[in-house]
Structure formats: C-alpha cells, structure tokens
Design a protein around this ligand. Structure first.
Ligand code: ATP
Ligand code: MG
Length: 331
C-alpha cells in the first residue's frame, strides 16, 4: 500500500514537472516566434525600402508581403496555443485516469481482503465443527440420541459448505459463461412454495404473503429464480435482530410487468451502502452485521440473475424500519 502511495506521488510529481516544463517551453516558443516575426518585418521593410517599393509606414502595413507575413505569424501563434492546450488537457485527463485507477485498485484490494477474511472463516468453522463431531464419535461412546444430534449438526455444516462452494462456483460462472437455462415458470407457485419451505426453516419469523393468484408465466431460469428469492429472504432473516422478525412478500402483476417485493423489519441499510451491496464480496462493515456469516456474494448473484432476465432490482428503506428489495421483471 505504501509503495502504491509512493508511486502515485511520483507520477503526480512527474506530471507536474512535465506541465511546468511544457508551459515554460510554450512561453519561450511564443516569445521567440514573436522576436522572429519582428525581425522578419524589419528585414522586409529594409528590403522594400531599398527597392523603393513603399513610401510610407501606412503603405507598408497594407502591402501584400507584410500581410502574408503577419497571417503566417498569427497561424503559428494559434498553433502554439492549440498544441499547449491539447497537451495540458491530455495531462489533466492522464492525472484523472491515474487517480481513478488507483482508487479502484485500493477498493479491489479492500474487497479482496474482506473476501479472504470472510471466506476463511466460512470455510474453517464448518470444517472444524465436522471434525469435532467425527473425533467425538471416535473417542467417546455416545448415546443414540447424541449421535443423532451431533450427526444432524455435521450434516447441516456440510450443507453450509456445499452452499458456499456452489455460490463461489456460480459467481465465477456469472463472470464468464452464465446462460440462463430458460423454461416456463409460474412465479406465484415458485414463490409460494419457497416461502412455505423457508417459513419451516425459520419458525420464529412471521411471514406475510401477498401473492397474486394468477401471474403470467415467464420464460426464466428456475434455479436462478430460486436463488434470487432464497437469497433475499435469507438476508431478511439474517440481518434482523428484533424480537419479532417480520418479512412481507408481495408478488403482483401490473401494466405488463411482474413486481416482486421482499420487505423486512431488520437493521436496514444506509444510503451509502445501498449503492455498494450488489458488488461482489461487499459486506456492510457495521459491528452487528459483521457478526453474521456470509461472503458478500448473495446480492451480487441475485443482481446478475435479475439482469440476465432483463429485470431490475432496487433497494429502499422500509417503514418504520428495515429494508425493501424490489424486483421488476418484464413479462
Ligand atoms: P452471503 O449472502 O454470500 O452469504 P452476505 O449476506 O454478507 O453473504 P449479500 O447477501 O451479498 O452478502 O449482502 C451484502 C450485504 O448487504 C450484507 O453483508 C448485509 O450487510 C447487507 N444486507 C443484505 N440484505 C440485507 C437486509 N435485508 N437487511 C440489512 N442488510 C442487508
Ligand atoms: Mg446474503
């Protein structure tokens, strides 16, 4: 990071030096050009006077030769001015590009570090707990109900690992070769089924469904749609520390568009973070949410799938608290 900063300062210094040097050379060129012009005018005057071509100063100023010389001088003046401007504008654009590049690089390095930290934690903790279960099985004689409890926990952890690896693979695929596998989908059925199974998974959460019964079928990727709804609902549960988490799911069709809304009464997202949460590996850096598990891939995957279906996803504040994700799909 320090050497990056040094490099940045050095490039600014070099560009600054070039600017000053060029400005100096331009001024010098300008004054030399002016001197040369005056000398040429004097020479012309002397030559013409020797040949007796002009009678007065007034007459000389209207001669063809003098006018041509002046025109040429003015052209050269404009050339110096024009080239200096182009050079200065190019340098300013150069500085701006360098600055933008450095800022992007710093942000990418920050995200990469965040990702490495979260992925290491996400991979290590299920592996450690599965290992602990296996060691316990080997070392101790357990009662059948203990075996069942520990076994179930280990399966849950392995599912988490599997989900994580799938997410990573899917995110990598989105970068290069994601082609939605299109089939006819009835969104109202898909969302209904998913909400039902997720409400079994999260019994403490109150789910409110407002799903229009007849939604036009769309051509879409079933797995992708499942991933979108699951990710949004799991986030709504995960970033909610209230006594009574509430999630409202609205699915409606109006004016040729299908609208899906998932609203929660959780911690909410600041306006600054709203702009970034759809980026790969971005996680909000507040203490509460940092305690939660995650890699910052969920919303990136969601937004890419929505995009691949020509849809649009937006995020807003819920009232009195929480977040609303709105997705609009064309029919
Ligand atoms: P992953 O989904 O990969 O397990 P994650 O949940 O951290 O990890 P995203 O789903 O991409 O990643 O979410 C990015 C960030 O946006 C989260 O870290 C969280 O801070 C914030 N966020 C997402 N959904 C909500 C929500 N419903 N309420 C509050 N904050 C949210
Ligand atoms: Mg998530």
């Amino acid at each position: 990071m320090l050497s990056n900063l040094r490099l940045r300062l050095l490039s600014y210094l070099v560009i600054f030096y070039m600017l000053i040097a060029f400005a100096w050379w331009s001024v010098l060129l300008y004054s030399k050009n002016k001197d040369a012009y005056y000398a040429k005018v004097e020479l012309l005057k002397m030559g013409m006077s020797a040949e007796g071509i002009y009678h007065s100063n007034e007459h000389f100023l209207h001669t063809k030769e003098y006018l041509e010389l002046t025109k040429k001088y003015q052209r050269q003046e404009w050339m110096i001015f024009g080239e200096a401007s182009v050079f200065i504008v190019s340098l300013v654009i150069g500085i701006w590009l360098i600055n933008r590049g450095y800022n992007k690089e710093i942000e990418i390095a920050h995200q990469r570090r965040n990702f490495l930290l979260s992925i290491t934690h996400e991979l290590k903790s299920p592996i450690a707990s599965i290992r602990l279960v296996l060691e316990t099985f080997l070392k101790r004689k357990l009662k059948p109900e203990q075996i069942e409890r520990f076994g179930k926990n280990a399966i849950k952890d392995s599912e988490r690992l599997n989900e994580l690896v799938n997410n990573l693979l899917f995110a990598a695929k989105l970068e290069t070769a994601y082609q939605p596998h299109l089939e006819t989908i009835h969104l109202h059925e898909l969302v209904n089924d998913l909400v039902d199974s997720l409400s079994e998974k999260f019994p403490k959460v109150i789910f409110n469904k407002n799903i229009q019964s007849e939604i036009s079928a769309i051509e879409g990727d079933r797995m992708g749609m499942v991933s979108v709804v699951t990710n949004l609902i799991e986030n709504a549960v995960k970033y909610n520390f209230t006594e009574q988490p509430k999630i409202e799911i609205n699915l409606t069709e109006a004016t040729g568009k299908i609208n899906l809304e998932i609203a929660d009464n959780g911690v909410g997202i600041s306006d600054k973070d709203k702009k970034k949460i759809f980026e790969r590996f971005y996680r909000v850096g507040n203490e509460d949410t940092r305690k939660t598990k995650g890699t910052g891939l969920g919303l990136y995957i969601v937004s890419q799938i929505v995009k691949a279906h020509q849809g649009k996803i937006t995020v807003a504040d819920n009232q009195p608290q929480g977040t609303v994700f709105k997705i609009v799909f064309p029919k």
